[in-house]
Ligand binder design. Structure first.
Ligand code: ADP
Ligand code: ASP
Ligand code: MG
Length: 366
């Protein structure tokens, strides 16, 4: 059984939902689909929480109105008759939002309850659309029944033992079943809603992969894999077809946003591959992250603020020659055989990223 995860931009509107549905339909062995909130919804939920806590009632109401109308519009374009379910979610959200009214600051536990509506809405729409186009038994499941976490609000840690037990609540999934569920959210042992951290849906997918013994997990996003650098920053960045778990985890840790930091932990424990592919270009091979023999030299770079981290193998070996004559490093933050973090001034960072990236590509060719 395979698990597919779709990010917010992959489900941002009706056309995008049709696109991901085609991808799902083309794959017989996909048994579970994990979905993020539609693009920008989670940010809007934060705005709702803020305005509600400041008692800005008109603003709160109009933000809620516009968020729900956007989802109603998607449902209308997909010709889905789900107004009752959307209305129920809206009523519930208004209750949570009202309970924040006038508190001044947003309570982290209430924020988690509010966050849940983004993924609950997107999974509702995707599941109901798939019911109209798939021959499989499409079931919408609330991931909070099975994904158990501690109560570290807004950045909860999964409890694997409890989650492995709780997954039995979903019963035996047959090849005919297609479960649609939410990323990002979970629940404490006592049933309170939690979240795994912003961008955490990737982690939900691999956690479910672990407890459901999936053969692989595919992270479907808006780029065709993990590249040697963020392709939005460096146009000539190259997608890496095969990437070691460790290198992918380090890239994510040091700022490669394509994967949530903890995504690979369950995959490393259970040794299943994680694929990264593009919903816009599904026939591109993408990146397969798995156990691989490690070769000396750089693999890619990640950027966070003014720090550029080169990730690779045996980076401190004499034969690995960083282009230090071409860049002006402000400070070497940390260097190990597996990563070297370099800090640059605002004026030097752009050219340094280019130089370092050119050097990575050159090294990969040699
Ligand atoms: P999703 O909403 O699908 O989770 P994200 O925006 O979280 O998508 O992640 C995809 C983005 O990650 C890409 O659009 C890209 O700009 C960024 N990114 C950063 N570093 C890398 C990298 N090394 N390879 C690919 N994408 C990267
Ligand atoms: N919707 C959540 C966020 O925007 C989780 C995710 O998309 O992975 O942070
Ligand atoms: Mg993401």
């Amino acid at each position: 059984m395979k698990i597919y995860k779709f990010g917010g931009s992959s489900v941002k509107d009706a056309a995008a939902i049709k696109r991901v549905s085609n991808i799902i339909l083309s794959q017989d062995r996909c048994g579970v689909v994990v979905v993020s909130a539609t693009k920008n919804t989670t940010n809007e939920l934060e705005m709702i929480a803020k305005s509600s806590s400041l008692s800005e009632e008109n603003l709160t109401s109009s933000l809620i109105h516009s968020l729900f109308n956007r989802h109603r519009e998607i449902a209308r374009e997909l010709e889905l008759d789900i107004e009752l379910s959307i209305f129920e979610l809206e009523t519930e959200l208004r209750t949570v939002s009202s309970s924040m009214n006038g508190e001044g600051e947003v309570s982290p536990s209430k924020m988690d309850s509010l966050y849940s509506f983004g993924e609950r809405l997107s999974s509702l729409i995707l599941s109901r659309y798939l019911q109209t186009v798939s021959t499989k038994n499409v079931i919408l499941k609330d991931v909070r029944e099975v994904l158990v976490t501690n109560d570290h609000w807004n950045l909860a840690a999964p409890l694997i033992g409890e989650t492995s037990q709780a997954i039995n609540k979903w019963g035996e999934l047959t090849e005919k079943d297609l479960v649609i569920t939410q990323g990002f959210i979970g629940s404490t042992v006592s049933g309170q809603t939690t979240t795994l951290g912003r961008e955490g849906s990737d982690f939900s997918a691999t956690l479910l992969g672990e407890v459901l013994h999936a053969s692989e997990v595919t992270i479907w996003t808006d780029v065709a894999g993990v590249a040697t650098c963020d392709p939005r920053v460096i146009k000539k960045a190259k997608f890496i077809n095969n990437l070691n778990y460790k290198h992918a985890a380090l890239l994510a840790h040091f700022g490669a946003k394509v994967l949530f930091e903890r995504t690979l932990e369950p995959a490393i424990r259970k040794k299943f591959p994680v694929l990264v592919k593009s919903t816009l270009l599904p026939s591109e091979v993408g990146t397969s992250i798995h156990e691989l023999p490690l070769k000396e030299g750089p693999v890619g770079i990640a950027i966070e603020d003014n720090v550029v981290t080169v990730v690779g193998e045996s980076l401190l070996s004499k034969s690995v020659k960083f282009p230090f004559d071409a860049i002006r490093v402000h400070e070497i933050e940390r260097q190990t055989d597996e990563f070297v973090s370099l800090k640059f001034s605002n004026e030097d960072i752009e050219s340094a990223v280019e130089e370092l990236h050119d050097w990575v590509l050159e090294s990969l060719h040699n």
